[in-house]
Write a protein that binds this ligand. Sequence first.
Ligand SMILES: Nc1ncnc2c1ncn2[C@@H]1O[C@H](COP(=O)(O)OP(=O)(O)O)[C@@H](O)[C@H]1O
Ligand SMILES: [Mg+2]
Length: 295
Amino acid sequence: MSETPLLRVENLKFKYQNTGGKGSDREVLHGLSFTVERGEYVAMLGHNGSGKSTLAKLCMMILDPTEGHIFVDGVDIADPELTDAQVLAVRKKVGMVFQNPDNQMVATMAEEEVAFGPENLGIPSAEIRQRVDEALKAVGMSEYAKKEPSRLSGGQKQRIAIAGILAMHPDCIFFDESTSMLDPQGRKDVMEIIDRLNREDGVTIIHITHDMNEAARAKRVMVLHEGNFVMDGTPEEVFAQPEKLDACRLTVPQCTQVMYRLKALGFEIGDRVTTPEDCAEAIRSLLGSGEVRHG
Ligand SMILES: Nc1ncnc2c1ncn2[C@@H]1O[C@H](COP(=O)(O)OP(=O)(O)O)[C@@H](O)[C@H]1O
Ligand SMILES: [Mg+2]
């Protein structure tokens, strides 16, 4: 018995049309096929220009496929016969948080910003109030409800942007390098929210990132290279192949390499080993546990 995948992409090709100049009408996605099941936590890696944002925009119906199909919960989103109700249903299911929080803020008050999405979906106002309060609470921003977004830090703005998506009650959220412009605290806060949405609320996550340590927090890592998926597996499987990642111009931090190699050898290593200090601690505890004998 197999459930309909939340996202099914079939032979997806895409060309930007009429962009003029060099590279116009060049195909940037060359026939992608993959599925993402409900509740998955996927990290998408890829060097600049590999097509990650293009893919996300196609799944969000911001762009239309040149060829191939995208099914959201079984509905072909490029079908020209889709009714308005079907389009709205798809828009409710998939949300996206972008890289630059400043470009996402339109309202003068944080709570108005959060209400914007559900308003567009035609949700009754009493329910919007409740959704906004819940969403602000979920990202730890309740006390900022009346604040002006432009006065918030990057991380806080991004949390407001996430609340705006959450208020639409999506099944799936794309995060397109949503932490890359944030300071370390902002990144940490946003990463914790992403992890928790998946773990506790079962939200399907597709996290586009350059950061290997962030990618390692997902349960599945997909690597896009020049418009093709070249790797797809658990973080252990993907990070155990640094040469292949290198060929995609992605560098795995050395401590991550060491940890994944140890894991691949069967040693017990925690999931949150991301810094050289964590790495040293993990090795120390392996030595201490007698799992590794030195001498
Ligand atoms: N609006 C656009 N018009 C023309 N080409 C574009 C446009 N946006 C992106 N591209 C090109 O498409 C390719 C993939 O870009 P993109 O999806 O943004 O990659 P990524 O998000 O992985 O960095 C790149 O070669 C980029 O130059
Ligand atoms: Mg991008």
